[in-house]
Design a protein around this ligand. Structure first.
Ligand code: ATP
Ligand code: MG
Length: 337
């Protein structure tokens, strides 16, 4: 089943999906699933590396995430949705790959460095409480990707150093044990980073600047009314710069029909911010309507969701077993085959 066009992508069950995930990642996967052999991993083992003390949160979000993904249009007939912890071969590969990467290299990985500094509460001010598991999660990502022979990995730009780390591990494995694993390539989406309502470079789950796909209409309107606009525009008929306005930024995502009019009216001072925000809220609510409807269907048929995850995990387990056989043979530890 796995071939040169295998897509493997993942998402951590740490909360609901927001517009950043949708426009930066999941929307892209929905197109890719039509063209490629697509696998989508719910990365619960990875989520536990920095949520090991909150297993309830991870457990609850596995189903939430599956609901969100199906609601967005991930089609179980086209893409295989699976749960990482259901594939013990990934943990097994992680152990073997961990010999092929130095601690210093992991500590220098820019993504890991940034994340450690953002998680002071968990890992200490200078990373003195950093766990072996968290430092090693890029190794387990290499295991995710290679277990399925993933060759094209769609990611946001925050993830690029992790793909490079996988490529290094693959090259080292092949050079020592013989040509066995495929080297993956990253695939950046058109919008590698969606900004937050507050103008922050990243819309994030825990940054208080996100519109979640599950937000109700009232919440969406309230959040949009609080979005950052051009601070030099004081009065309704002042001319403004749409390029520094978060309202225009989101209009570009959800209001494709009259975008030029919105832009020109804003520049010419013919558009008040309050009306512009109301229009955005309406367009956003309409944009999210089909997503909400699909979610409701799956919420009312939750056994279908559980079945999709169970079947997907079974399919991936077979693929991973095949990879494991090849890896063990290459490493000369296939004693009982
Ligand atoms: P966590 O805080 O638990 O790490 P997260 O919001 O960063 O959560 P992930 O599961 O780590 O979510 O990322 C899933 C995918 O979504 C990744 O490919 C990531 O690059 C992408 N992504 C997350 N937030 C954004 C955003 N604001 N814009 C574009 N892509 C995003
Ligand atoms: Mg993340």
């Amino acid at each position: 089943m796995a071939d040169k066009n295998t897509i493997l992508t993942g998402i951590r069950p740490t909360g609901n999906l927001h517009l950043g995930h949708y426009f930066g990642a999941v929307g892209n996967w929905i197109k890719l699933q039509n063209e490629y052999n697509t696998f989508i991993e719910i990365a619960d083992v990875q989520a536990l590396t920095d949520n090991f003390n909150n297993p309830e949160k991870v457990r609850k979000n596995v189903r939430e995430l599956a609901l969100d993904l199906l609601a967005c249009g991930i089609d179980p007939k086209k893409a295989t949705l699976f749960v990482q912890s259901g594939i013990p071969e990934i943990a097994e590969l992680t152990v073997y790959y961990s010999n092929l990467v130095t601690v210093a290299r992991l500590q220098r990985n820019p993504t890991i460095k940034t994340e450690i500094s953002q998680k002071k509460e968990l890992f200490g001010n200078n990373g003195e409480s950093l766990t072996y598991g968290f430092l090693g999660y890029p190794v387990s990502q290499a295991a995710d990707i290679t277990a399925l022979g993933g060759t094209l990995i769609p990611v946001g730009d925050d993830q690029l150093p992790l793909i490079e780390q996988t490529r290094e591990i693959v090259r080292k494995f092949n050079s020592i044990y013989g040509e066995t694993l495929k080297e993956p390539e990253h695939f950046l989406s058109k919008i590698p980073r969606v900004k937050g309502l507050d103008g922050n470079e990243k819309m994030g789950k825990s940054l208080g600047n996100a519109i979640f796909l599950v937000d109700d209409d009232e919440t969406i309107t309230k959040k949009v009314m609080g979005a950052i606009t051009d601070k030099n525009k004081i009065r309704k008929d002042d001319k403004a710069n749409p390029d520094v306005c978060m309202v225009y930024y989101y209009h570009k995502l959800v209001s494709t029909e009259n975008l030029d009019t919105i832009c020109n009216e804003c520049k010419e001072g013919k558009r008040g911010c309050i009306n512009c925000k109301r229009e955005l809220a309406t367009n956003m609510i309409n944009y999210l309507k089909p997503i909400k409807e699909r979610r409701r269907y799956y919420e009312n048929n939750i056994s279908i969701v559980d079945e999709i995850l169970k079947n997907g995990t079974k399919v991936v387990k077979c693929e991973a077993e095949t990879t494991m056989k090849k890896v063990k043979k290459a490493m000369m530890i296939d004693y009982f085959e």
